[in-house]
Design a binder for this molecule. Structure first.
Ligand code: SAH
Length: 349
């Protein structure tokens, strides 16, 4: 029965206010309820003790409170932990905690599955099951933060939307989740510490820019050659490099935030000197930084990671040309928690 009731955690503050207004209840009830939900993380109306019994009952008869409460986790040898969150009692979405010196980065999913089918990505081999609600995205962060506090006595510091799914194809819930994560009486994590990664949905990049966000944008580039990029990423057929560049520079001009180009180095595919030079040309057209990513093996996919030598050579060429470049080493590969490996292969239920 409660299942048929609307989840109150799907409502914005304004919608909760509207609810109390239409039931002739005082306005301040909305902020009380909102704080129980998003500051105190109380998911039981009967525990909302500063509400009258009448108002608690009113809420109970109108709403359910749904949250992700269950997860399993697997530790990697390198300290990374992969989380498997159950949604709809069956589907699983994954999140990852990557502890570093004084940085605790959380990687979260925005969709169950993915519709994009990039050739090198394990999630891309799944179909899109559905978009995640803002609260489902939030709960991954909340639960991983709780885990981090218990295990490392440290709050998480950074959040990357680089798990399963394409965040820009679920943008309204992604934006809602960011404001929930950012809520000053709640988790209170600054937008500057949040990065949303996209395969490059150009129209939405421009829409986001118009909202003047404070969070970072990462673009999965992987090749600065249009033909090559189309071969690696189907999305490039409808969102080609020229449009991508236009949207990225639009984003930069409005926000003054330099986007990061992610570039997975695939041996013999996109790691030659020519590839590096094409990337340099592309980077010179609009301010950006480059994150090179070591390719993580995905079962059934024939790509190989670049050798140490070609990786170093690629970095040298970029650096010589004054491109800001970092190499992101693989973490959690042994447990299938590294970039592009999230496909619930360790599913236990
Ligand atoms: N859909 C979004 C976010 C998820 S992927 C996007 O495309 O950006 C997060 C990053 O991991 C992307 O840059 C993606 O291209 C990269 N990735 C995918 N498969 C990978 C693999 N097998 N090895 C390393 N990185 C991979």
């Amino acid at each position: 029965m409660t299942n048929n009731l609307k989840n109150i955690r799907d409502l914005t503050f304004e919608e909760i206010e509207e609810f109390f207004l239409t039931h002739n209840r005082p306005n301040f009830r909305a902020s009380q309820v909102y704080k129980w939900l998003w500051s105190n993380f109380v998911y039981d109306f009967s525990q909302m003790t500063n509400l009258s019994l009448n108002d608690r009952n009113l809420l109970i008869s109108n709403f359910a409170i749904k949250s992700i409460s269950k997860y399993e986790y697997i530790d990697s040898k390198d300290g990374t932990t992969k989380f498997l969150f159950k949604i709809d009692n069956e589907k699983v979405v994954e999140g990852v905690l990557i502890p570093q010196k004084d940085r605790y980065t959380v990687c979260i999913s925005s969709q169950a599955g993915c519709s994009l089918a990039c050739k090198f990505c394990a999630t891309g081999k799944l179909k899109l099951l559905r978009n995640l609600a803002a609260w489902e995205i939030f709960d991954q962060v909340y639960l991983i933060n709780k885990f981090s506090l218990e295990k490392y006595k440290s709050k998480i510091t950074n959040i990357v939307y680089m798990g399963m799914g394409e965040p820009l194809l679920n943008i309204s819930n992604v934006l809602k989740s960011i404001s929930l994560i950012n809520y000053s009486h709640g988790l209170n994590i600054s937008q500057k510490r949040i990065t949303v990664s996209t395969a490059g949905i150009t129209k939405i990049i421009k829409k986001i820019a118009d909202l003047k966000p404070k969070f970072n944008l990462a673009i999965s580039l992987h090749s600065a050659n249009n033909k090559k990029r189309s071969e690696l990423m189907e999305i490039n057929e409808t969102n080609n490099l020229r449009n991508l560049l236009a949207s990225v520079s639009y984003f930069y001009n409005i926000t003054k935030i330099k986007p990061t180009y992610e570039y997975v180095l695939l041996s013999g595919i996109n790691d030659s000197q020519d590839d590096a030079e094409e990337l340099i040309e592309f980077c010179k057209k609009s301010p950006a930084k480059v994150n090179l990513i070591e390719y993580n093996h995905v079962k059934g996919i024939p790509f190989k990671k670049s050798t140490k030598e070609s990786t170093q050579k690629f970095i040298d060429i970029l650096e010589k040309n004054k491109i800001l470049v970092k190499l992101r080493r693989s973490r959690g590969e042994d447990i299938g928690a590294a970039c592009g490996q999230l496909a619930t292969q360790n599913k236990k239920w």
